[in-house]
Design a protein around this ligand. Structure first.
Ligand code: URA
Length: 207
């Protein structure tokens, strides 16, 4: 799996706001939104485009359209905080949803929802999930996408642990991963270290 660590100064500054334990839920959400915008921008450089005729107030010319808009797939609940940013940059795209809750004892993902088109053959897919920790949830999500014929899958994460990156790489399921940082490791509770805590709780408040 190709892994791109996005080292842009604005990405790293927003990630630092997200890491800071003093950031409020609102500050965390704003930083994630902006970071997601920049990750989408980086990850879509190679999107297929088509020439389209356009007439300016001065003269007719040729413009650009997104030829094959991607399906955006936020992984609930934490991926919700990246969804609006991605939709704003790609208003011609569609959105599917995968819902996964992690068992706090076993750290095994528990799927509770998949709302996806029946066929994803020939369609680029962008998965939005701020945290790639053990990789279990993302692997499950990628399996759902591949069962539906997806072959062009890009994953956008704020943070990853080396263990999760390795699991996804070994699964052979994701084409590319864009991430702001690959941190040191997972702790005994499968939290990323130094990480930023629970990305769902940091956005929406504790359950
Ligand atoms: N999920 C989170 O929200 N945070 C972690 O550190 C690991 C998984």
């Amino acid at each position: 799996m190709e892994t791109v660590v996005v080292t842009h100064p604005i990405v790293q500054a927003r990630l630092t706001v997200m890491r800071d334990e003093r950031s409020s839920n609102a500050e965390f959400r704003a930083a994630l939104r902006e970071l997601a915008t920049l990750l989408v921008y980086e990850a879509t450089r190679e999107l297929a485009v088509a020439d389209v005729p356009v007439t300016t107030p001065v003269a007719p010319t040729t413009g650009t359209a997104i030829a094959n808009p991607p399906l955006l797939v936020p992984v609930l609940r934490a991926g919700l905080g990246m969804a609006e940013a991605a939709f704003n940059l790609l208003p011609e795209s569609q959105m599917g949803f995968v819902g996964l809750a992690r068992d706090e004892q076993t750290h095994v993902p528990h799927p509770y929802m998949a709302s996806l088109p029946a066929s994803l053959a020939g369609r680029p897919v962008i998965v939005l999930d701020p945290m790639l920790a053990t990789g279990g949830s993302l692997k499950h999500c990628l399996e759902l996408l591949h069962e539906r014929g997806a072959t062009d899958v890009t994953v956008l994460c704020a943070l990853a642990a080396p263990e999760g990156v390795q699991l996804i790489a070994e699964s052979g399921l994701a084409g590319r991963l864009f991430v702001a940082s690959v941190d040191e490791r997972l702790n005994e509770n499968a939290y990323i270290v130094p990480g930023l805590g629970d990305a769902g709780d940091r956005q929406f408040g504790p359950r």
